[in-house]
Design a protein around this ligand. Structure first.
Ligand SMILES: *Cc1c(COP(=O)(O)O)cnc(C)c1O
Length: 487
């Protein structure tokens, strides 16, 4: 029996996996969650013999209503030479942690793990459901999703992709990666606002019935490449299993022993995928949910109060500059049920605040200030020679605090979400303040020399590529911009 997906705010809203992938979001604005989280029947010993693609099949087949042939074709298309290492996701031991390097795809951030496969999942889902419309992917990005989605969907027949990013809230490499995107079906727009503004506008477009009908008449249907789409979330479960199996292979743990994870968190998608892996049976000791100065989640896990009414900080880990973590809604629904979740989300919309009982004790919050993030990069480099990006450094600093507070000394995986080359200037400045006025691109040579890691091929020459997208709009103009592009 194929798995059914239900709404986080209303359990009578039901969909198959492929329907949920096509729609992106429930008609009432809620998110799709699996009615029951499937168990991994295969033993860790058996799984330990698989390569990344084979493991992906074992996990994804539990969540998707695809045939074996369909799913294997999606996986083959996604996890290939686009990644700069045949392992796809290396796990390396440095100092007191294992680093799960999720940044070996084309856009140098972990978003590639899911966005390399999402276009295949979506096309397969469209075929299965006899969809005759062109799919318009609307994406809000804090910097990394945008480029990864553009790479995935550029020139994919039957789709168009539109990306909204905070004009003044992404790194120079992130911005250029997006503004130089080729492909006739792509559109990139900077907004005068932050990620939360972009995400709220996009979410409201998804639930705008009038607009839906207007565009349906023109042959379009919207979907999402954000982690509100379960097609984004499910592929992320795979690498938690992978990390565990590599830790066993490396002799860090024995099969069955618990492993901890620290996850640099923004929209709560990555860490939620880890939580799903644990529900499937993966032996996890604890999850540390790491935030930067935008520490809504840290406060939430300590107090049960979620309060977005606070100053928004633009930090050196911009992909985590988020005050409304959408995927937390899914954890709330799994913990407290649909009625409570609906009330909480209404309260969030109305007042910016809600209270919930945190019954999941295996997740706790920590955060790192800007100074702590910089110090983590520098100290860790001096101790180990390994250069972390700013997001990974937030996680590492949070891990140190967690270890000191809890005394928990189980092996820790740091979920490493980006290459330091995406944030060269801040990383170099952390290593030595003399770089603070340097040019982000000129500094690549210095980073190469210091880290011993070559500049990744996808960004070589990026600074000289032609800018193809120059649109900037106000945050309340997003809907009009969408309509104009689809005229
Ligand atoms: C998106 C992103 C995050 C946050 O992940 P969420 O799933 O939104 O919690 C962390 N680090 C980097 C580099 C990212 O791109």
């Amino acid at each position: 029996m194929a798995l059914t997906y239900i709404g986080t705010r209303d359990r009578s809203i039901k969909a198959t996996a492929s329907e949920a992938i096509l729609r992106g979001i429930c008609p009432d604005g809620g998110l799709y969650i699996p009615e029951e989280i499937p168990k991994m029947e295969k033993s860790l010993e058996e799984l330990g013999r698989l390569d990344y693609r084979e493991l992906a099949y074992e996990v994804l087949s539990k969540f998707l209503d695809f045939t074996e042939e369909e799913l294997k074709a999606c996986i083959r298309g996604a996890y290939d030479e686009k990644f700069d290492t045949p392992e796809i996701v290396p796990v390396v031991k440095k100092g007191d942690a294992l680093f799960l390097e999720l940044f070996h795809g084309r856009t140098l951030a972990f978003k590639d793990m899911a966005l390399s496969i999402l276009p295949y999942l979506m096309k397969t889902a469209a075929k299965k459901n006899g969809l005759d419309k062109e799919i318009v992917i609307l994406t809000a990005t804090s910097g990394d999703t945008g480029k990864a989605a553009l790479e995935g969907f550029a020139n994919v027949e039957g789709t168009r992709i539109m990306v909204f990013f905070p004009e003044d809230g992404v790194s120079p490499v992130q911005k250029l990666q997006m503004n130089t995107q080729e492909g006739a079906n792509t559109c990139v727009v900077g907004i005068k606002g932050n990620f939360d503004d972009a995400q709220s506008a996009v979410k409201s477009i998804f639930t705008d019935k009038e607009l839906e009908q207007e565009l349906a008449a023109k042959g379009f249907q919207f979907s999402s490449a954000n982690s509100i789409n379960i097609g984004r979330l499910v592929p992320q479960i795979v690498y938690y299993f992978w990390a565990y199996l590599q830790a066993v292979r490396m002799g860090e743990i024995k099969n069955g022993e618990e492993l901890n994870f620290t996850v640099p968190t923004g929209n709560f998608g990555d860490i939620l995928a880890g939580w799903y892996a644990m529900q499937m049976g993966l032996p996890v000791g604890h999850f540390v949910c790491a935030s930067n100065d935008n520490k809504v989640l840290y406060d939430f896990f300590r107090t049960g109060e979620y309060n977005k009414n606070r100053a928004f900080h633009v930090t050196v880990s911009p992909s985590m500059d988020i005050l409304i973590s959408s995927n937390l809604e899914r954890l709330l629904a799994h913990m407290g049920g649909q009625a409570a979740t609906k009330a909480e989300m209404e309260s969030l919309n109305k007042t910016g605040v809600y209270h919930a009982e945190v019954t999941e004790k295996k997740i706790s919050g920590e955060y790192a200030t800007e100074a702590e993030t910089f110090a983590a990069i520098k100290d860790f480099y001096e101790k180990t020679g390994y250069v972390m990006d700013t997001h990974t450094a937030v996680a590492y600093a949070a891990y140190q605090k967690y270890k000191a507070e809890s005394g928990d000394d189980k092996p820790m995986v740091i979920v490493s979400t980006a290459s330091p080359y995406k944030f060269t200037k801040d990383v170099m400045t952390a290593l030595d303040a003399k770089y603070k006025d340097g040019d982000a691109f000129a500094l690549q040579a210095d980073l190469e020399r210091i880290s011993g890691v070559a500049v990744p091929a996808p960004i070589v020459g990026l600074a000289h590529r032609p800018i193809l997208h120059k649109n900037v709009c106000e945050k309340n103009e997003i809907k009009e911009v969408v309509k104009n592009w689809l005229k």
